[in-house]
Ligand binder design. Structure first.
Ligand SMILES: C[S@@+](CC[C@H](N)C(=O)[O-])C[C@H]1O[C@@H](n2cnc3c(N)ncnc32)[C@H](O)[C@@H]1O
Length: 464
């Protein structure tokens, strides 16, 4: 079901849904207990707020500063009338962006994440972590995948149900669900800690509707930055490799403008910028630790390193060089690094299948761009660029225009296998194993493979 169809569904059944589900003593107790953990007037986001009963109702009664978002216009209108102290916005959670600098003390996602796909659900957990203040809480209510078997869906071998038809409110609705173990893994991946989960069986008001097995999950935002995830870091990451330049050029030709717009915005005030990417970088500099950049000290007011730190064994030397040629005395001095976001669709697929068929020892472990960003930040801090900010470039995607799905999937697989595994003799095997994963992404986003990215901006640590 598309988000549009979910919106129509709830615009139609919102009162029926409320009549059946609002009188949920277990959920009310969970929300009350959650509210008691928060400071007075805490800023709280309710994702998929529905008609506001019982969640917004309980949170507003506790005098918290409530923002609710929901796809359904009818539900948002009802919340606005009922809870005038809250702010209610009609928004799709997968597109929503809080105001700049806005951070929440807590996020509630009660029985709403099961309406987005598995891919989107994974991504939302990272976004929730980004939107939370340090030590903020995430409160989830959901149904585990094993509890949907009795409603006609079957988890795959890793405990995932991805938008399979399920009996809900006397109709078939596609829902996504995870096992408890998967929830724990994904929440850890996004930097959350201290997971607690309890189960509560709830009978909707209509006795002909099935008992719902609700799981209440509480987690806290940990110290690790979500955009440097997923966590924990693997014991071994892919060894030195370089992106194939010809494939990368072809990739750039298919890339939308989200990344270039985000970069242009950050560079507005810079006048002398060095850009290093796989098409421009001098590999002897990036791969030879003794090499130097052929520019004098403090030559640029900004250096941009885009997708060029992949697979380097040694990040310290190149980043020391980059800091050396960046004039930290300039008021606009900055070093910008772009790598993949932890929910990057392309890399998630590549990492799942390619190491398994790799022949070369170096290629047998996954790539980890979050770890690259973490190591880069550490190296920049020791070279005088200690103010680090990370932002997400959410809408970056690579576009495939072939007419039919199979052709698009194969074209994407061919390009990405060549881009990341050109050093493998049997690139064709890589292309073959990648195609089904590309196919599953393109079924959701018909022409686009997401290349969600992170932009790290490091500015000088000036003395006070
Ligand atoms: C089962 S209801 C739960 C409502 C409310 N949280 C409650 O427990 O009473 C699911 C809600 O999620 C909303 N929803 C589904 N997909 C969404 C999306 N992509 N973005 C925002 N809201 C969404 C629906 O419109 C609906 O209000």
């Amino acid at each position: 079901m598309s988000h549009q169809a979910t919106e129509s569904l709830y615009d139609e059944i919102f009162l029926d849904y409320e009549n059946n589900y609002h009188n949920n003593a277990g959920l009310r107790a969970f929300v009350r207990e959650a509210a008691s953990k928060l400071p007075p007037h805490a800023q709280v986001l309710d994702v998929g707020c529905g008609t506001g009963r019982p969640i917004a109702e309980t949170l507003c009664a506790a005098e918290l500063d409530v923002t609710g978002i929901d796809l359904s216009t009818e539900m948002v209108e009802l919340c606005r009338k009922r809870f005038p102290t809250g702010t209610f916005i009609k928004a799709d959670m997968t597109k929503y962006q809080p105001e700049p600098q806005q951070k929440f003390d807590a996020i509630f996602a009660v029985l709403s994440l099961f309406h987005v796909s598995h891919r989107e659900c994974y991504s939302m957990l990272f976004k929730f972590s980004e939107w939370l203040r340090k030590d903020g809480f995430l409160f989830i209510t959901t149904i585990y995948s094993q509890d949907l078997v009795e409603r006609g869906a079957r988890p795959d071998s890793s405990g995932i149900i991805d938008l399979a038809d399920v009996q809900f409110m006397s109709r078939n609705v596609p829902l996504t669900a995870l096992s408890g173990e998967k929830w724990s893994n994904y929440l850890t991946a996004a930097g959350f800690v201290d997971m607690q989960a309890t189960r509560y069986d709830f009978q909707p008001a209509d006795p002909t509707l099935k008992v719902a097995h609700h799981h209440f999950i509480t987690v806290k935002k940990g110290d690790s930055h979500p955009l440097m995830g997923p966590y924990p870091y693997p014991d071994k990451v892919r060894g030195p490799y370089s992106i194939n330049k010809a494939a990368y050029k072809s990739f750039l030709g298919k890339l939308n403008d989200a990344e270039s717009k985000a970069l242009a915005d950050v560079l507005k005030k810079n006048t002398n910028v060095l850009k290093i990417d796989p098409t421009t970088s001098n590999e002897s500099f990036l791969f030879g630790p003794k090499e130097k950049l052929s520019y004098p000290d403090n030559h640029f007011d900004c250096v941009v390193v885009a997708w060029a730190l992949d697979g380097l064994d040694n990040l310290e030397e190149p980043l020391r060089e980059i800091a050396r040629v960046t004039n930290s005395a300039s008021p606009n001095a900055k070093i910008v690094i772009i790598q993949a976001a932890p929910d990057n669709d392309l890399l998630k697929q590549v990492n799942v299948v390619c190491p398994g068929v790799a022949e070369k020892a170096n290629n047998k472990a996954p790539m980890h761009h979050g770890l690259i960003l973490h190591r880069a930040a550490e190296a920049l801090k020791t070279n005088g660029f200690a103010n680090i900010e990370l932002t997400r470039i959410a809408d970056s995607a690579c576009r495939f225009a072939e007419r039919d799905l199979a052709a698009r999937s194969q074209s994407a697989a061919n390009l990405f296998a060549k881009m990341y595994y050109a050093d493998e003799e049997d690139v064709q095997s890589m292309q073959a194993v990648l195609a089904p994963g590309m196919d599953s992404i393109l079924k959701e986003t018909p022409n686009d493979i997401g290349t969600q990215a992170v932009m790290l901006v490091a500015t000088p640590s000036r003395a006070a």
